[in-house]
Design a protein around this ligand. Structure first.
Ligand SMILES: C[S@@+](CC[C@H](N)C(=O)[O-])C[C@H]1O[C@@H](n2cnc3c(N)ncnc32)[C@H](O)[C@@H]1O
Length: 250
């Protein structure tokens, strides 16, 4: 089994594949002035098994194209949406977020929770802008420093893992430099990391360890997850996921 397959196995059958909550999705949505009864076109990019997608579908009129690279996650989302009677609102699409088969100015809203880092924040907001109507909204969550300085251990860890990690003011500048106007920002509380993301992973680790007892790669994945969780508990006052909601100006 490759590392990729092991990671999918660890993360499938979870409500979410990253920090976040229905409450956060709704809070981000509350910044958007949505015309009642407007039939919206929405893309949820890097949707995973669709935690955020389902919340959007329950709270918006229109159609959501839910994109991810991993078929197992998309299948889970399809099953969930059928159970909830939302299948007419959600269409899944297996595609890479850096090469999407979308048309110019196709969408009213582009949503992406905890996923844009895969192609980099600046690259992502530039690429996806083409698919947004003028006046359309982008809502993305992205790992963000929430203080201006921080201990070296956590600075080194995250800068190595994701060199684009930065403060909200610098991320907002990037949005402005690319002709977006910020309409809302907040960052996720520890509950969205611990209860909704890290605890479900911790609950799976024993079974995962037993299932892949002979795999060095699985051992590495377990160790990396434990280290990341420990660092979060130690340094959670210095970083979080920032949620950026912005309008495309032109
Ligand atoms: C941290 S998870 C977030 C999932 C979901 N948005 C959520 O909040 O639960 C990131 C997602 O991005 C997807 N992903 C990674 N690289 C991708 C790519 N190049 N194109 C599309 N999806 C990608 C992963 O499969 C994963 O489902």
């Amino acid at each position: 089994m490759t590392e990729y397959d092991l990671l999918i196995d660890l993360h499938k059958n979870s409500a979410r594949q990253g920090p976040g909550s229905d409450k956060d999705t709704l809070k981000a949505l509350s910044f958007i002035n949505i015309e009642k009864n407007k039939n919206l076109k929405i893309a949820d990019i890097g949707c995973g098994s669709g935690g955020p997608t389902i919340t959007l579908a329950k709270n918006l009129n229109g159609k959501i194209t839910a994109v991810d690279l991993i078929p197992d996650f998309l299948l889970e989302l399809e099953e969930k949406s059928k159970k909830l009677g939302l299948e007419r609102k959600i269409k899944t699409l297996k595609s890479s977020m850096d090469n999407l088969p979308f048309n110019n100015q196709e969408f009213d809203i582009i949503w992406s929770e905890g996923a844009i880092y895969n192609i980099g924040f600046e690259n992502g907001i530039k690429k996806w802008k083409d698919y947004l109507k003028i006046g359309g909204i982008i809502a993305v969550s992205e790992i963000t420093w929430i203080t201006n300085s921080r201990p070296k251990e956590i600075e080194d860890f995250w800068t190595h893992a994701y060199p684009e990690i930065d403060t909200a003011s610098n991320k907002i500048k990037i949005l402005e430099n690319n002709a977006y106007s910020l309409i809302g920002y907040f960052y996720l509380t520890p509950n969205s990391w611990i209860e909704n993301y890290y605890k479900p992973i911790e609950n799976k680790l024993d079974a995962f360890r037993k299932k892949y007892a002979d795999s060095k790669l699985a051992k590495k994945i377990i160790e990396e997850n434990i280290a990341e969780i420990e660092l979060y508990h130690k340094y959670k006052n210095y970083y979080s996921y920032g949620f950026y909601i912005a309008r495309k100006n032109n």
